[in-house]
Ligand binder design. Structure first.
Ligand SMILES: Nc1ncnc2c1ncn2[C@@H]1O[C@H](COP(=O)(O)OP(=O)(O)OP(=O)(O)O)[C@@H](O)[C@H]1O
Length: 591
């Protein structure tokens, strides 16, 4: 395994959502809403006040008309009230839009932060089921949609308030008019229900295809060199773009659900308003209502018909809930747990594995591993590709937790050790290190503790990196992205970082594979003389590394086949075959 390994693409499940996943995602939305509770409450209040203003407006307008027609006093004041209510409606509407934007942005940031924290706290093997493209889509597009859900929920509630109030007003003006409107409501209810159901399904499929596209694109970008070398750019482009057809289909389906709901409500609502106005006309003819009342009825009917407009925020809420499920999958990745214990002072790094097993994707890749590495020893872990060397390295330093058994360092179970103590005392170097920091010096220094500039240089010298770093345009102060690094130089910087933070246990996972033999030996000597002494676990494919180690752990199919010195093991042709030296009996060991 390498640091910054490419993650395996997941193929998200299709079809109906698991009810537990829906409940868990809804709980996440409740938590995100609580985080912006004040602003969300302000949206509700302002929108409720805007609804109240729109409800009062037709009554005041009708009264103004009646006063003007009948020449009664007070028409001026009624007109002023009309203007004030209109202004309040506009101002409150603008405030709601502003608050909804702010709540959306804050909620999105909240969700992203939680998801990123959890991804970084989880063991790499749990995170590996999400590809980088999938994670990027969930954190960008889907977090934004989920972040818009709290404001959309508030808007759905308030979008119902004004129509409900308008319906009451219609009944107050004339029960027959109210009844006429009420008769059309079941059709509207059915329409909204079918919109919510169809919309949720299509949105879920659309979001899945979005992730698939991003996954394929990032996979292709990551493997650009291999694609160019293989001359398969056209096939790759076709592979990346293949889901576009499905995206288009799902997109069209999504908008056709939306459009047909709009069209149906577009027919239903004018019909309802016409029916209401007809009944109002009879009421006027029969003297049950005044001309001003009829004007108010026409406005209230339009307001009540605005119930159809709830489809907008309802659609945003549905998209947000579906997107929250995808973000929630990141937020609920089980974290790697840590304890609070210190390691014994002066411990030499004795490592014990007792009955350790690790299962990946339901398959045991390491099983029944019993090992005891005395403090200060260097142990080489050898075995064919896929035999479990990296997994053993990961479990030995609690980058991952074992599924069975226990790992102890200086007698303390690793799961009981505090996270900062663990990362201070257990260091890693990988085949392809992922460097962090603004400059080359920062990259070497990055870790739970910041070593001095002198220690950074000493570590770089020990790792054989000092010469090429000093040859860079600004030496150690060269910006990391401006430092042209070969594979071997990158590895040496990764080693330098591990050396600068050396604790009682250091795990070198194929960390010297790109170094030439002379440099590797020089690094090995410096590691013995200039770096803090401790236990070293070295995953190796090279004969020379195994030969120099105090002991060799020979892995085969996830089990320990033997633990002996290299010289002892060398007599076994099957061991020699691991190094492709099956016939090399008596071959000089490169020490
Ligand atoms: N994230 C993962 N999900 C599922 N299986 C995995 C995962 N990572 C590794 N494996 C499998 O676990 C087994 C052990 O892998 P591991 O990387 O430990 O082997 P290795 O001996 O270090 O191999 P190599 O020498 O090629 O680096 C392999 O069969 C591999 O396919």
């Amino acid at each position: 395994m390498q640091e910054g390994d490419r993650m395996v693409s997941t193929r998200p499940r299709d079809g109906k959502a698991d009810p537990r996943a829906v409940r868990s995602a809804d709980a996440l939305l409740v938590r995100v809403t609580r985080a912006s509770a004040g602003r969300t409450a302000a949206i509700l209040l302002c929108a409720a006040a805007a609804a109240a203003a729109s409800l009062a407006l037709p009554a005041v307008l009708g009264l103004t008309l009646d006063l003007l027609l009948e020449g009664r006093p007070g028409a001026g004041r009624a007109l002023a009230a009309t203007v004030a209510l209109t202004a309040a409606e506009v101002a409150l509407g603008a405030t709601v839009a502003l608050l909804a934007g702010t709540v959306g942005a804050r909620s999105t940031a909240w969700l992203r932060l939680r998801a990123i924290r959890r991804l970084l706290a989880a063991p790499p093997r749990s995170v590996s089921r999400f590809s980088p493209g999938d994670v990027a889509t969930r954190l960008s597009v889907h977090a934004t949609e989920a972040g818009a859900a709290p404001a959309a929920a508030a808007q759905v509630i308030t979008a119902v308030l004004a129509p409900a109030g308008a319906l009451v007003a219609l009944f107050v003006i004339d029960p027959w008019i109210g009844l006429a409107f009420l008769l059309g409501l079941p059709a509207l209810g059915l329409l909204l229900r079918s919109f919510a159901r169809d919309s949720s399904d299509t949105v879920s499929r659309y979001q899945r295809v979005q992730s698939l596209l991003a996954t394929r694109l990032t996979d292709a970008l990551g493997g650009a060199r291999a694609i160019a070398a293989a001359g398969t750019a056209d096939e790759e482009r076709a592979r990346v773009l293949r889901p576009l057809g499905e995206l288009g289909t799902e997109g069209r389906r999504m908008w056709s659900v939306h459009g047909s709901a709009m069209a149906r409500s577009g027919v239903l609502m004018p019909l309802l308003i016409t029916a209401v106005l007809a009944v109002g006309g009879f009421g006027l003819a029969e003297g049950r209502i005044s001309v001003g009342d009829l004007l108010a009825v026409s406005r209230y009917a339009a307001l009540a018909a605005g119930l159809g407009a709830v489809a907008g925020p309802l659609g945003a809420l549905i998209r947000g809930r579906t997107a929250a499920r995808r973000v929630n999958e990141l937020v609920t990745v089980p974290p790697l747990t840590h304890g609070r214990r210190e390691l014994p002072l002066g411990g030499t790094g004795t490592l014990e594995l007792r009955g350790v097993g690790v299962a990946l994707d339901g398959v045991w890749v390491l099983r029944g591993v019993d090992l005891c590495v005395p403090g200060g020893q260097t142990v080489a872990v050898v075995g064919r590709s896929g035999s479990g060397k990296s997994t053993l390295g990961a479990v030995a330093g609690r980058l991952t937790a074992p599924d069975e058994g226990e790992v102890r360092l200086d007698g303390v179970p690793l799961e009981a050790v505090a996270a900062d103590v663990l990362r201070r005392e257990v260091g890693y170097a990988f085949e392809r290190p992922s460097l962090r920091g603004a400059t080359v010096a920062d990259a070497i220094a990055s870790g739970v503790q910041t070593p001095s500039a002198e220690r950074v240089r000493a570590a770089a010298r020990a790792a054989g990196a000092d010469d090429f770093v000093r040859a860079l345009p600004r030496g150690y102060a060269t910006a990391l992205e401006e430092a042209p690094l070969s594979g071997g130089e990158l590895q040496r910087l990764g080693l330098a970082r591990a050396f600068a933070h050396a604790g009682r246990l250091m795990i070198l996972d194929d960390a010297t594979s790109s170094l030439d033999t002379a440099t590797e030996r020089q690094v090995d000597r410096a590691l013995a003389r200039e770096v803090r002494p401790g236990t070293r676990i070295v995953m190796a494919h090279r004969l020379s590394t195994a030969a120099r180690a105090d002991q060799v752990v020979w892995l085969e199919g996830g089990r320990v086949r033997a633990v002996r010195t290299h010289a002892e093991l060398w007599r076994d042709p099957e061991y020699r075959a691991v190094f492709d030296c099956g016939d090399a009996r008596g071959e000089r060991v490169d020490r």
